[in-house]
Ligand binder design. Structure first.
Ligand SMILES: [Zn+2]
Length: 278
């Protein structure tokens, strides 16, 4: 099996990068430096691809610790990851687990030899904090802490391109039921914080599915948080690998998109309705 990386230009400075599997990565290319955002499942030589393609110094940042975003980190010595997600990253590096998660989108994943899987990260993670700015020359990426999907997840505002890279922080089928997810009330505050900055972006990008959404996505997810907390949502039972969870709004079963044509949706477990902020 040969692992091929491809890219497509999205804005003046932002490239979307694909490797094996469904989760994309982004690269912000400044005049002086670059910023690689996420490393996907960690299969194949992403580092060589980035260095041969962009020919400039760059930093590596992980939006959060999930297996499909963080497992390529082991190719570098210095990687930015919020301290609240480091343990999470360590829990999901196992190769058989990664194979299993890829099986849905990569049918022949079992033919992929073990040596193509990037090993665990052995360097020191660097901290990510609210308001940190990566100055790349003619473009700047600012860190916004967006807890919800995980405790340490961050989004990046690429200022000059007026683009918000949300990672998995807000989606069309936002997973809010795993142990590492925050309470819905915490997530609601995150979405309000992002909405309060709406004058700074015209475009939002994500890393799954259609990879982009209308700006209304954020407000729709915030409204759903209200509905879930007040038990006014559609509350559709759904089974995620044996875990009983609920989908906030009715979906088309084939596409997993909202039946009413809107974009935002949240999949949650009942224990996330507790008020605590983790
Ligand atoms: Zn995730």
């Amino acid at each position: 099996m040969k692992i091929v990386f491809t890219r497509e230009k999205i804005t003046e400075h932002i490239w979307r990068i694909f490797g094996l599997g469904d989760t994309c990565m982004y690269y912000v290319e400044g005049k002086q430096r670059g910023l690689l955002i996420d490393t996907a499942y960690g299969i194949g030589d992403l580092r060589t691809y980035i260095e041969k393609t962009f020919l400039q110094p760059y930093e590596v940042l992980l939006t959060h610790g999930h297996w499909d975003h963080a497992n390529g980190a082991g190719q570098w010595d210095r990687v930015y990851l919020h301290r609240k997600d480091r343990e999470l990253y360590r829990s999901f590096t196992d190769i058989s687990f990664r194979r299993d998660r890829l099986r849905k989108t990569v049918k022949d994943i079992d033919t992929c030899p073990e040596e193509l899987f990037v090993k665990d990260f052995e360097g020191d993670f660097s901290d990510l904090e609210e308001g940190m700015r990566f100055r790349l020359g003619d473009v700047t990426a600012e860190v916004i802490e967006t807890p919800g999907h995980t405790q340490g997840i961050v989004s990046l505002l690429v200022e000059e391109d007026r683009t918000l890279l949300l990672g998995d922080a807000c989606g069309e089928f936002t997973f809010m039921f795993r142990e590492e997810a925050s309470a819905i009330a915490t997530y609601q505050r995150t979405l309000k914080k992002i909405l309060d900055q709406k004058d700074r972006y015209d475009r939002i990008l994500r890393q799954h599915g259609s990879y982009g959404s209308p700006l209304s996505l954020i407000k729709e997810n915030m409204e759903l948080c209200h509905e879930i907390l007040e038990k006014r949502d559609d509350h559709i039972p759904w089974n995620y690998m044996g875990q009983p969870v609920y989908v906030a709004k009715k979906i088309d079963p084939d596409t997993h998109r909202r039946a009413d044509g809107k974009s935002g949706n949240i999949v949650y477990s009942m224990n996330k309705l507790h008020k605590e902020t983790i």
